[in-house]
Design a protein around this ligand. Structure first.
Ligand SMILES: [Zn+2]
Length: 201
C-alpha cells in the first residue's frame, strides 16, 4: 500500500507536492475556515490502496477492516494529535436501506477497529443518514452539495455536546459528505470535529 509520507496540509491533510514546513497549511485552509479541525488520509485513492478498498467494500472482504484500521492507527495513532483528547469515534453512516443491502457499513467496521486499538469509545447511530442519496461519483460538485443537504442528522445531541469527535470514513472524494457531517455535528454542539479516511480521491 502506498502510504503518503510526503508533506501534507497540517489542517485538512491535503497532500502537498512541494517542499513545505511542517507547520504550514494549504492555501484553501488559509483563506477559508475549514469545517474539519484536522483531517488525515493514508494516501491517494489509487493503486494497491484502491484495490484493497474495493475488496473491502464490494467483494466481501470485511476482514480487511482490521488491517486497514491497523494501518491507520500505525500512521496516525500518536505523534500528530489526531486522536488526542478525542471523546468519541463516529463512523460516517449509510442510509439504513443501503447498509442492509450491503450487509455492513464499511466506515463502522473501521471505526470499531480504531476504537479497539485506541481504547476510545465508538458512538454508532448517533450521527445518522436520513435521506437516501445517489452515488456521489456520478454527480457534479454543486449537485453533490445540494444532494447531501439535510441528508444527515444527530440523534441524542446531548451525547456529543461539548465533545471532541473523530469521524471515520473510507474514501474522501470532494469533502461534501464529511463537510455535511461536520456541519450537523457542529450544530448539535460538538466542540471539535476531526476526520480520518483511508484514501483521498
Ligand atoms: Zn488545507
Amino acid at each position: 500500500v502506498e502510504v503518503h509520507y510526503g508533506p501534507v496540509c497540517q489542517v485538512c491533510g491535503r497532500f502537498l507536492f512541494y517542499k513545505n514546513q511542517a507547520s504550514i497549511s494549504c492555501l484553501e485552509c488559509q483563506t477559508k475556515k475549514p469545517s474539519l479541525a484536522r483531517h488525515r488520509s493514508l494516501g491517494p485513492y489509487s493503486g494497491k490502496l484502491k484495490e484493497i478498498i474495493i475488496l473491502f467494500k464490494y467483494k466481501g472482504y470485511e476482514v480487511l477492516s482490521q488491517h486497514l484500521a491497523a494501518l491507520l492507527y500505525q500512521n496516525f495513532g500518536s505523534g500528530n494529535g489526531l486522536f488526542s483528547e478525542i471523546d468519541f469515534i463516529l463512523p460516517v453512516p449509510l442510509y439504513p436501506r443501503k447498509e442492509k443491502a450491503r450487509g455492513f457499513n464499511q466506515a463502522e467496521l473501521l471505526a470499531r477497529q480504531l476504537s479497539k486499538l485506541s481504547g476510545l469509545p465508538m458512538l454508532n447511530r448517533t450521527l445518522v443518514k436520513i435521506k437516501n442519496t445517489p452515488a456521489q461519483v456520478s454527480l457534479e460538485a454543486k449537485e453533490r452539495e445540494l444532494n447531501l443537504r439535510g441528508a444527515f442528522a444527530v440523534r441524542k445531541p446531548g451525547k456529543i455536546r461539548g465533545r471532541k469527535l473523530l469521524v471515520v470514513d473510507d474514501v474522501y472524494t470532494t469533502g461534501t459528505t464529511l463537510g455535511e457531517c461536520a456541519s450537523v455535528l457542529q450544530k448539535a454542539g460538538a466542540e471539535e470535529i476531526r476526520a480520518l479516511t483511508l484514501a483521498r480521491a
